[in-house]
Write a protein that binds this ligand. Structure first.
Ligand code: PMP
Ligand code: GLU
Length: 401
C-alpha cells in the first residue's frame, strides 16, 4: 500500500482542459485525424518582436534570477497597458507581482487571502482551476449558477442568495472562460458595490480583457472608483491576447500589503517568473508593432465567432448557446438534442465518430453544456464545425425516429 497523499490534495483533480488537450495532441502525433478545439490556446505564433526580445535578453546574459516581484520594466509596461485600457487611470507598478502565468497569480492571491472555514463564491459555469485553487488554499469554493437568460452571468441577487458570514471572496472572470460572456460596466459596478458592502474580496480575472468584440477592451474593475478597489486583486496576463501561453507570464495587481504577501509567498515557491520571458513580455506590453498584431488576432477571433454563431443559428437552430462577446470560447447546450445526452457523452461520441475534441461542461460545473475553443485556424474551425453539426443532427435524428 503506498502512503496516503497529504490532506492538502484532498480535493485535487488534474485539470480536465489540460488532460483533454494532452490526449488530443497524443492522438494527432500518432497520425489520427483529429481536431483539437479543447484547450484555450491561440493558434497564432507569438509575434516576432516578442520572440526577438527573448533572444536578445538571452544573448545579453539576462539569465540569472529575476527580481522576485518581476522586472520593474515589466511591471511598468503592464501598469501602462492597464492604465491605457482604462482611460489613463493611475496604476501603480509597485503594487504588482509578476508570476509564472496568471494561474500562479491566481494561486498566490487565493493562498494569500483565503483559508480554512472560509468560502469563496465562483460564478458558474467556471474555469476548471478556480475551485481547485480555492481548495488548495483550504477554503471552500461555492459555485453560484449564472442565469441562462443572461449569458450565464450572475447578478447581485444570485450572490445574495449564496452569501453567508463565512464568504470571504468572489472570483469573477470577464470576458468569461468558458462562456465568452462579458460583464458590462454597470454589472461590474453593482457586483463591486455588493462586495464592498459585505467586505468580500474580489479576484477579478481579466486575462481576456483585450479579446473583446465590443468597442475597445472589456469593462474592468479598474474602470470603477478607488473605494471599490480596496479589496480587489486584478489578474492580467500575456498568454491569451499576446499568444504567449508557453512563456508563462502573468501578473496580479493588489493593495500593497497583499502584493507584499504574495511576493513573499512566491519567494518560497518559484522565486519569480522566467527571466528572459519577462523581457519578452516587456516587448509584448510596450511595442507598437505587437499592439497591431494583437488587433489583427482579435479581428480573426471575431471573424471566427461570427462564423460559428451564424452556422449554429442557421444549421442547428434548436441548439441553445451563449452568444460570445469576448474570449475565444463557444458554449452550447447539448441536453436538449436528445434525452440522456450530457456534455460528457456528447464529447465522447464526437471524439469517437468524428475525431473532434471539445470540453464537456462537467469540467466547468454544468454538464448540460459543451465548450469549444475557436482559437484555431478558419479552415480547421470550418471542418470541425461540419463534424460537430453532423453529430448534433445524427443524435437529434435518433430522437425524432
Ligand atoms: N484565467 C483564465 C480564465 C484562463 O482561461 C486561463 C487559461 N489558462 C488562465 C487564467 C491562466 O492563464 P496563464 O496561466 O496561461 O496565464
Ligand atoms: N485556460 C485554458 C483553458 O481553459 C488553458 C488550459 C488551462 O490552463 O486550463 O482551456
Amino acid at each position: 500500500m503506498p502512503d496516503p497523499l497529504s490532506i492538502n490534495l484532498a480535493h485535487l483533480k488534474a485539470s480536465e482542459t489540460v488532460a483533454i488537450s494532452n490526449e488530443t495532441k497524443r492522438r494527432k502525433a500518432a497520425g489520427e485525424d483529429v481536431y483539437d478545439l479543447s484547450v484555450g490556446e491561440p493558434d497564432f505564433d507569438t509575434p516576432a518582436p516578442i520572440r526577438q526580445a527573448a533572444i536578445d535578453a538571452i544573448q545579453k546574459g539576462m539569465t540569472r534570477y529575476p527580481p522576485n516581484i518581476g522586472l520593474s520594466e515589466l511591471r511598468t509596461a503592464i501598469a501602462r497597458t492597464l492604465s491605457l485600457m482604462s482611460g489613463g487611470r493611475a496604476v501603480n507598478p509597485d503594487h504588482m507581482v509578476v508570476s509564472s502565468g496568471s494561474k500562479q497569480s491566481l494561486f498566490n492571491a487565493c493562498f494569500t487571502l483565503f483559508g480554512p472555514g472560509q468560502r469563496v463564491l465562483i460564478p458558474g459555469p467556471a474555469w476548471v482551476s478556480y475551485p481547485q485553487i480555492v481548495h488548495l488554499s483550504r477554503a471552500e469554493p461555492i459555485l453560484v449558477p449564472g442565469d441562462i437568460e443572461w449569458g450565464l452571468k450572475v447578478s447581485v441577487r444570485d450572490l445574495d442568495s449564496a452569501y453567508s458570514k463565512s464568504v470571504k471572496g468572489l472570483i469573477l472572470c470577464s470576458p468569461c472562460n468558458p462562456t465568452g460572456a462579458v460583464y458590462t460596466l454597470a454589472e461590474l459596478k453593482a457586483i463591486a458595490e455588493w462586495a464592498h458592502k459585505h467586505q468580500v474580496w474580489i479576484i477579478s480575472d481579466e486575462i481576456y480583457r483585450r479579446i473583446n468584440y465590443g468597442p475597445g477592451p472589456a469593462a474592468s474593475m479598474l474602470d470603477l472608483p478607488d473605494e471599490l478597489l480596496e479589496r480587489t486583486v486584478l489578474i492580467y496576463g500575456a498568454s491569451k491576447a499576446y499568444a504567449m501561453t508557453g512563456w508563462r507570464i502573468g501578473s496580479a495587481l493588489a493593495p500593497p500589503h497583499i502584493a507584499r504577501a504574495m511576493a513573499a509567498l512566491q519567494s518560497h515557491t518559484t522565486t519569480g517568473a522566467n527571466h528572459p520571458a519577462q523581457w519578452a513580455a516587456v516587448t509584448a506590453f510596450s511595442d507598437e508593432r505587437v499592439d497591431q498584431d494583437v488587433t489583427k488576432m482579435v479581428a480573426a477571433f471575431r471573424r471566427r465567432r461570427d462564423l460559428l454563431v451564424s452556422r449554429f443559428r442557421t444549421e442547428v437552430p434548436g441548439v441553445e448557446f451563449v452568444e460570445p462577446h469576448g474570449a475565444f470560447y463557444f458554449f452550447f447546450r447539448v441536453d436538449g438534442i436528445r434525452d440522456g445526452v450530457t456534455g460528457s457523452t456528447f464529447c465522447e461520441e464526437l471524439m469517437q465518430r468524428e475525431g473532434v475534441a471539445l470540453v464537456p461542461g462537467a469540467a466547468f460545473g454544468d454538464d448540460r453544456w459543451v465548450r469549444m475553443s475557436y482559437a484555431v485556424s478558419d479552415k480547421e474551425l470550418d471542418a470541425a464545425v461540419d463534424r460537430i453539426i453532423r453529430v448534433i443532427r445524427t443524435l437529434g435524428a435518433a430522437r425524432a425516429a
